[in-house]
Design a binder for this molecule. Structure first.
Ligand code: IPD
Ligand code: CA
Length: 320
């Protein structure tokens, strides 16, 4: 494959995300007028609508027409066993936050990621009900455009502050759609240690707050912006994460994978500046925002310290 024009890929993806955003808002208006109920996938906490499917079709057809040599992985057509090829690959969630979409809670978006040479190099996230557009291209920074501030603003929006410990952190975590007892036990234990007052809860980290927004992509975008500090989730897929990791990395953040992968990466410093296929496809993700340097500690060293602190507190499990 000849070298790609990545700027053209980004411009195309932004235009496509806006078209998909219109399909999502028109689709919601129609559903609300008609009073349509959502279908379920694996259980009642895993929803699917005709708008997810129609939006994926729209996006896939446009990509295939423009870039016929590229691979495509989309939530609604994926088998779950996909791998990332060497050439261009589009990794798309037509609606991330389908539960929010169905309920009219505005935190849902189209998420368009793109990998090249097996790495996320471009990401576009567009939340049509908020009119927030996040995008990034490897080596060119991450940006936010909103209706109120239409000139692209570089992310993070403010100079990164230090993060002395988990006590100063707002952490995003989700309940997910797998509600089996063993999964809930692991999550409850993790919530307990993260929230707990160390004077009363063994190993308590007493984080400032926990948020469950219901869209992996918008959480990653919020970390890139600097308004959430940490995001931890097991069980999401590459289409939930690809665009977000590309945007977050360009905003100085970092995404790591399972505890085992991360302990090796921490030893070799290999998690900065890249999200390898083992992490992207690995379904276990921990992301941390850009952290400001202090005279005592660089931002990178602080990210590593917080990753260790976080992984000491939580219980890992294998997703179904
Ligand atoms: C979901 C969202 C949610 C996460 C779920 C995902 P979907 O994506 O990203 O935040 O907790 O695990 O499935 O199903 O709305 O595309
Ligand atoms: Ca989805």
């Amino acid at each position: 494959m000849s070298e790609l024009n990545l700027q053209e890929v980004l411009d195309f993806a932004i235009d496509l995300a806006k078209k998909a955003g219109k399909a999502i808002s028109d689709g919601q208006a129609k559903r609300f007028t008609e009073g349509t109920a959502a279908e379920t996938k694996k259980n009642s906490a895993d929803l699917l609508t005709e708008v997810d499917q129609a939006t994926e079709k729209l996006v896939k057809e446009a990509i295939t027409a423009k870039y016929p040599d590229h691979a495509f992985i989309g939530e609604e057509s994926a088998q779950g066993s996909e791998s990332v090829p060497e050439g261009g690959c589009w990794i798309v969630d037509p609606i991330d936050g389908t539960t929010n979409f169905v309920h009219g809670f505005p935190y849902c978006c189209i998420s368009i990621g793109f990998t090249y040479k097996k790495e996320p190099v471009m990401g576009v996230i567009y939340a049509p009900f908020l009119d927030h557009l996040y995008y990034a291209l490897q080596g060119h920074g991450a940006y936010l455009v909103t209706a109120q501030a239409p000139e692209p603003r570089r992310l993070p929006l403010a100079k990164p502050t230090p993060l002395p410990s988990m006590r100063q952190a707002v952490v995003a975590m989700e309940w997910g759609s797998d509600r089996r007892s063993e999964i809930l036990e692991a999550k409850l234990q993790s919530f307990r240690r993260l929230c707990g007052d160390p004077e009363d809860v063994e190993g308590g980290k007493m984080v400032q707050g926990i948020r469950s927004i219901g869209s992996a992509a918008l959480v990653s975008a919020s970390i890139a912006a600097g308004s959430i500090d940490v995001y931890y989730e097991i069980g999401t897929w590459s289409w939930d994460q690809c665009a977000g990791t590309a945007i977050l990395r360009e905003a100085g953040g970092v995404t790591v994978g399972s505890k085992a992968w991360t302990s090796k990466a921490l030893a070799s410093d290999s998690m900065f500046g890249t999200v390898p296929p083992e992490v992207l496809m690995g379904r276990k993700y921990l992301s941390i925002r850009a952290i400001g340097d202090t005279p005592q500690e660089s931002g990178r060293a602080a990210q590593k310290r917080l990753i260790k602190e976080f992984y000491d507190a939580v219980v890992e499990f294998d997703p179904k």
